[in-house]
Design a protein around this ligand. Sequence first.
Ligand SMILES: N[C@@H](CCC[C@H](N)C(=O)O)C(=O)O
Length: 315
Amino acid sequence: MYLPFTKMQGAGNDFVVLDETRGTYGLTAAQYQWLADRRFGVGADQILTVRAVSPQLRAQGVDFEYVIHNADGSEVEQCGNGARCFVRFVREKGLTAKDSVTVKVKHGVITLRMNADQRVTVNMGAPVFALPQVPFDPAFAQPVPGSSWPVWQLGAHEGAQGDAAAAAQPVAVLSMGNPHAVQFVAGDVDQAPVDTVGPWVESHPAFPQRVNAGFLQVLSRDSTRIRVFERGSGETLACGTGACAAVVAGIRLGLLDARVDVQARGGRLTIEWSGDLAAPVFMTGPAETVFHGEVNVPDALGRPAAAPAPVADEA
Ligand SMILES: N[C@@H](CCC[C@H](N)C(=O)O)C(=O)O
């Protein structure tokens, strides 16, 4: 099946974007996974699929729906950098001329605004702190005494690479529509054990739907550096919801002011949150089109067979 697609990136978090506004391709989880594969497919951290909405939703002011799949093929609730790329996509394709677009994602409805400098501001909605809604099970963790808002020391567990509990800092736990566990790094975030502690946190039993594991270095009250090991995609060059979650956690813990510059490995985001628990988080950052293409997605998926073992010399 030949599919037209657009390759996009926002602060280095990269996407394959599909237009399903005139009908669906009916891709399977394995086909999304294949599209995201950097060797066999196109390569992306997430696949974004743009769809038209029902007349009922349109009457409520919703312009589009977009569906998000991680590189492992799982469907997810929210993607901050993807939201900015989505709005650039629908405008460049002539699907809308609006500067402000309202879109339904799995988590709910969000509104995006294209700025004059081509950066995009997203109203990400209010953060969610209720533990069952993150979802987070405190039976697998201990609250750290003495902090103004609970941070949690995760209990031991054997992740794919063994038990990384000793290397893990306590985590702040919240949802931006998708689950996040944020740890604060005392030194240079480039030295943080993201490769080992990241997957260990992602698969920790305290998070029944897995979690995005963020590592935040606070430089000052309005300036930070971040790395995120994303659920279902691994470490990416930026994670929009991860930046929002980390800044919200920093504000709640009294470490950050209401407007914070977040430097990810692939680019810079501005995150704003008043600190009022019901107030929305605003994220501003770049969104770029890289190229357009057409890809032949295999109907039956499987990896090419491994090379045959060398035949022993009979002589
Ligand atoms: N890259 C994203 C987040 C994508 C989803 C995430 N991996 C999850 O599983 O929740 C962003 O920019 O927010």
